[in-house]
Design a protein around this ligand. Sequence first.
Ligand code: C2E
Ligand code: MG
Ligand code: MG
Length: 552
Amino acid sequence: MLPEKYSENMVKIVESDDSTLHFYQNVKENKLYCLTKGFDTKGIDDFCRMMHELDILEPGSLSVFDVFCERIDEGIINGSDENNISTEIAVKLTADGGYEMCHLHAFYRRDENGRITDIHYNLRPYVQKEYFYREVLRNFSSDKNPKIYTQQCRNVIDTHPDKDIAFIQFDVERFKLLNDTYGVEKCDDLLQFFNDSLALVCTDEQPFCRLTADVFMIVTPFDTKDELVAFIRKIESLLSGFGGMEYHLYFGVAIVDDRSLHTRRHGDNASLARQLIKGNAIENILFFDSSMKSDLQKKQHIEEDMNKALLDNEFVMYLQPKYSISSGKIIGAEALARWQHPEKGMISPADFIPVFEQNGFILKLDCFIWEQACKKIREIIDLGLTPVPISVNISREYIQTFDVIGEIKKLIEKYDIPQPMLELEITETVDQRGVEDIVKKMKDAGFTMLMDDFGSGYSSLNMLKSTPFDVLKIDRHFLEEFMDSERGRKIIEHTISMTRDIGLGIVAEGVETCEQAMFLSSCGCDSAQGFYYSRPIPAQDFIDKLKLSGSI
Ligand code: C2E
Ligand code: MG
Ligand code: MG
């Protein structure tokens, strides 16, 4: 059964029930080979099972192998144009040795209608030369020595004159946070999984490469934009299959318009689009266009200036009062950061907060604002005024890794203020797990917890069932969009009454008109924050308002 040229020194160690799948040991080399004599399409399960039972796969290769089997399964069910597929996996080839890199090939045979009827598998260790090239590509195709990869990209452009070419870059959202949360080793495995999965999905005409830490690039020819997006979605779905971790991918795409440009320029454009789409809650693919360059420059300037800005006191805390609709009195305030740049004037938080959330600087800014809020509460008390609670924003970026409770407790002690005077706002998120536990801890530590931006996208009734929050802040977009129709108004009305029924407080954000305030009041929501009452104002102006209005 074994071809003559292979049979020397080969000893069969295991075969499948129907004798079509054989694992051989080469006793001279002491290596394992897998050969098949046609294996019908149902046999993929057996193949998968036997590989697992032999217990020869390196743990990191297990998921790659499973993806390989799934892909064959999908090809059998939905049809596939390919004649063979292959991947690389690390396998223990000798009883006493370590793992070695192997090629795993599946060759398809078809009937006259093109349907796959049987599959031959072949598992063989890398020959020396292949091993060398793999290592060269892995180690040196990074940005340190991009020669080989650059040449591959060039070839794709030059050998497809009649096709469009896309440079696709992707990376993982907040990879640093993943490293902190799951550990470097697990994250290395994730990157290895990406690498191995890309080897599976990309053909020779679609060279890919890991550029830096978590940034990968793929270059591909394509005919239509739909086809390109389908390819990216396929990559996304494959790459999302790494178990035990929550992560999201962001893709930047540059389509080659000028073929004479250096490939690095297209890579830079894809990189720019990738950086700009990061943090977007709705979309995760962005196509480059030339107007994006100035956006990135803006971002880079922010990063250049931020440290000095904190030292030079360019960041200031503004306070936006919260009002009781019925009494017209101030019942609280929210602390909001403002950046008074010496040359650029006032920079909006919408420009700098997302940048700080990406680069981690947000923690420094938040600690600064928390301290300013505590200081201000002390000042209000010292002035003999009745203090109102001031809420500060807590970003999700550091909530799992930084001791927020410890830090804020220290500040409360330092300024000797009553704890109920400092409230904490955390934004509602897609992934409330993890955050929920921490919010519970904060609540147990005696803080009043406000869920910020409720209704801005991810609300679920399920979340309301178990939420540890004390107060919901209705997002201003929710109010704005839903006030427009009868149906929308009913939804607001019932959201408010349901929230009250389950014992939560409620504050409406972004109240801009008297009509909105009256409507909210008629629905049973008495707390409002918005331009109708007051814009965010310097802390001293807030104190003046407090003196005038007389708080609760
Ligand atoms: P947020 O926490 O939801 O804050 C409310 C935002 O809505 C503020 O924008 C406020 O100025 C704005 N706003 C209030 N009333 C109205 C209104 O009637 N109409 C309109 N159109 N807008 C209104 P701001 O100050 O630009 O802050 C934007 C976001 O930036 C904040 O949303 C918060 O998520 C973040 N942010 C601001 N300061 C800080 C900070 O110190 N730390 C952290 N982590 N995030 C901050
Ligand atoms: Mg807020
Ligand atoms: Mg808000």
